[in-house]
Design a protein around this ligand. Structure first.
Ligand SMILES: Cc1cc2nc3c(=O)[nH]c(=O)nc-3n(C[C@H](O)[C@H](O)[C@H](O)COP(=O)(O)OP(=O)(O)OC[C@H]3O[C@@H](n4cnc5c(N)ncnc54)[C@H](O)[C@@H]3O)c2cc1C
Length: 317
């Protein structure tokens, strides 16, 4: 496979895990992977990417915080490098950038892909359609295949070497500019980013019982609380936590569904989780058909015991 360019989102001087997953996906199908890093600190981050499989890196430091200028710069870097594919993680920023880059490259965009494979000299992507009921494999006739990749689906590459870093100037022209980004109060992990998601459904009986899920999430240390739509529609939890067809799609390492029946619209948002655990007092609940592990029991008895067990295990190291 010829050259693949990957946009590397970074934070606090380090590439985001989702970006390293996209880099890993590219490295699995090509030996010629160009990492493109943008914004303040791009040079420092670019210097670290050889260790994650990049064969070369481009740093586009500084410039205005403008989505249109960013897309133009990234597309120009792809074009000048002769990249035949452009990948970004399916984060909010990646989803904002990738269609703009695709437009600049006169290409189409495949979003939220769950697999990549080499096909001749090009790439083929896999994408769930219709809430995951159909799995599509897609090629492009466009000059460059552009795709966003679902988080927690690909493994970051390990054991690379040093990548040569080239610096490019950032555009000064822009049409729109990002003025401010306000962090959500509490700084909690987002369901779509967390490696572990503990979700509650109507079986939690009311918002006053969600502390049981928050305590389990806190015991894991790296988990987020999610919710079914029934819960969100009842105003028990914010929409940002909703998992499913009309909520967020998550692919964590571990998904724990508590008091959730397993409606198809909920499954559409979490069925690609690596390990699914269901806790439900109804042994015939549909969620058990998908779950890797099932606990038939009352959430109000199971959750405290599970939280205690996780705390003890973590205390043992
Ligand atoms: C167009 C459309 C889009 C939708 N999008 C979404 C979406 O994005 N996400 C989503 O989640 N849903 C979505 N839905 C709604 C979906 O169809 C279901 O109605 C919803 O997922 C049900 O939520 P639930 O599992 O929490 O509730 P229920 O179906 O009421 O299930 C509650 C479960 O809790 C169990 N339970 C009760 N008490 C206890 C207890 N003490 N301990 C353990 N278990 C207990 C019950 O056995 C039951 O299985 C959508 C529907 C439509 C039509």
């Amino acid at each position: 496979m010829s050259k693949i360019a990957v946009w590397i989102e970074h934070e606090a001087g380090a590439p985001k895990r989702s970006a390293l997953e996209a880099l890993g996906a590219a490295c699995a199908v090509s030996k010629d992977v160009l990492a493109i890093v943008t914004g303040a600190g791009a040079g420092d981050v670019a210097g670290k990417l050889g260790a994650h499989g990049a064969s070369a890196a481009v740093a586009i430091e500084g410039g205005p915080k403008s989505p249109d200028a960013l897309a133009r710069d990234v597309a120009a870097a792809c074009r000048d490098a002769g990249a035949k594919a452009f990948l970004a993680a399916s984060t909010s920023s990646g989803r904002d950038l990738a269609p703009r880059v695709a437009a600049h490259l006169d290409s189409n965009l495949f979003s939220d892909c769950t697999a990549l494979e080499a096909a001749g000299d090009g790439l083929r992507v896999t994408r769930p359609w219709l809430a995951g009921k159909v799995i599509a494999k897609l090629d492009t006739k466009g000059p460059v295949l552009c795709a966003t990749l679902r988080r927690n689906t690909f493994e970051p590459a390990t054991g690379g070497a040093t990548a040569q870093v080239t610096n490019r100037p950032a555009s000064a022209d822009f049409k729109a500019m990002l003025v401010d980004v306000a962090a959500k109060a509490g700084g909690k992990l987002d369901v779509s980013e967390a490696p572990i998601v503990v979700s509650g459904g109507r079986g939690m009986k009311g918002p006053e019982h969600f502390h049981l899920l928050e305590e389990l999430a806190a015991a894991f240390g790296n988990a987020a609380v999610g919710a079914s739509r029934a819960v969100v529609d009842s105003g028990w939890r914010p929409h940002g936590e909703q998992v499913g067809q009309t909520g967020k799609t998550v692919s964590p390492q571990l998904y724990i569904a508590v008091g959730i029946s397993g409606a198809i619209q909920h499954l559409a948002g979490m069925k690609t989780a690596k390990v699914i655990v269901a806790i439900n007092k109804d042994k015939d609940a549909p969620i058990f058909k998908l779950a890797d592990y099932g606990i038939v029991g009352d959430a109000f008895e199971v959750l405290p015991a599970l939280t205690q067990a996780v705390r003890e295990l973590r205390a043992q190291g």
